[in-house]
Design a protein around this ligand. Structure first.
Ligand code: PMP
Length: 358
């Protein structure tokens, strides 16, 4: 840190991306990306758009906004496009959280919420998950807080049903409830239709997972028109041109090829069932998942040991140094069937090696 860094950022603990992008050829199962390439339609649209990169992009991304609205069954003025869903979360922290309206989120969830609280000087409260890592279904979460609920949750892979999530939104009518649906396309119902009933609900989604566009950085937020207008005020004060023309075009192409997305989601769900069963056969305990990843632990190896041994075999998975409850676990992104078979063969090998050294 230099002596020039603003006082307000001196205690900042940024999001840790260490180890996420390793050089060399790895089977990459550590950051929940899609193993499938972007739709050919997305690539074609992006190539077309690159010819006009001398111009600034449409600051409202009107064409894509209309398409997202159609997909989600809402109006275009109920949609804000963002640079990944991380940017939507960032705008929400800026718009709807401060010292008098702190944040709240489960104690085991997407760690970026805590980073954003730090960046924005927002106090936060964590709410414990149930002992089985499921989201607590409570009618009253702490009130006077902006509540962030990843649904499905990461890294657990578990979700509340739409009716359960609705009870949280309904039970806290004076607080903004943010439902972060990064993994919604792998087996849960979206809360998007509820934005017409509740003026305190924001739903955040991404093109990074089911639509194979993590590298393009595209997400969106849905909410009542007045809430979206507040978020637009923030967006137009920081990054009026927050999305490149290439990204807007890729998003449009992806939505023109929903059949491709649906087929990929089906493949991921099939590979998830295959991998879950095979992991159990190897002695793993696996948290049942409705996402594109599995949280698994083995009685013989900690999560970090497992990740280290797999890395030696050129396979990356995510492990945790905190909190305590996550130490036994590794989080494994669901890849292609071939990638899952490579993972299982490596795990079998590692377990045999550990058996021999016992
Ligand atoms: N929410 C959750 C729960 C996530 O796990 C992630 C990242 N994996 C994000 C949001 C952000 O994703 P992106 O910025 O790529 O849309």
């Amino acid at each position: 840190m230099t002596r020039f860094l603003s006082e307000k950022y001196r205690g900042l603990v940024p999001y840790d991306t260490a180890g996420e992008h390793e050089p060399g050829a790895f089977v990459k199962l550590n950051t929940n990306e899609s193993p499938f390439p972007p739709s050919p339609r997305a690539l074609a649209r992006m190539a077309e758009a690159s010819a006009t990169l001398n111009f600034y992009p449409d600051p409202d991304g009107s064409e894509l906004t209309a398409k997202v609205a159609e997909l989600c069954g809402v109006r275009p003025d109920e949609v804000l496009l963002t640079c990944g869903s991380d940017e939507a979360l960032s705008f929400i922290f800026m718009a709807f959280c401060d010292a008098s309206r702190p944040a709240a989120f489960p104690d085991i969830t997407y760690s970026f919420y805590e980073v954003l609280a730090g960046l924005n000087g927002v106090p936060f409260e964590t709410v414990p998950l149930n002992a089985d890592l499921s989201l607590r279904e409570r009618v009253s979460w702490p009130s006077g807080r902006t509540l962030f609920l990843a649904n499905p949750n990461s890294p657990t892979g578990l979700a509340l049903s739409r009716a359960e999530a609705e009870r949280v939104v309904q039970g806290n009518p004076d607080d903004i409830i943010v439902i972060d649906e990064a993994y919604v396309d792998f087996g849960t119902e979206s809360c998007a239709p509820l934005i017409h009933t509740y003026d305190n609900l924001l739903v955040v989604q991404t093109f990074s997972k089911s639509r194979s566009l993590a590298g393009a950085r595209l997400g969106f937020c849905l909410g009542s028109e007045p809430l979206i207008r507040d978020l637009k005020t923030i967006k137009n004060s920081i990054a009026p041109y927050n999305l490149s023309a290439a990204t807007l075009a890729a998003g449009l192409g992806a939505l023109e090829d929903e059949a491709y997305t649906r087929a990929n989601c089906r493949a991921i769900m099939e590979n998830r069932a295959f991998t879950e069963k095979a992991l159990k056969d190897l002695g793993f305990k696996v948290v049942p998942s409705v996402t594109n990843f599995l949280l698994a632990r083995h009685p013989k190896l900690s999560g970090q040991e497992l990740a280290r041994r797999l890395k030696e075999k050129r396979i990356l998975v995510r492990s945790y140094g905190a909190p305590e409850a996550l130490l036994p676990y590794a989080r494994i992104t669901i890849g292609t069937r071939e990638q899952m078979e490579a993972l299982l063969a490596a795990l079998k090998n590692i377990l045999e090696e550990s058996h021999e050294t016992c």
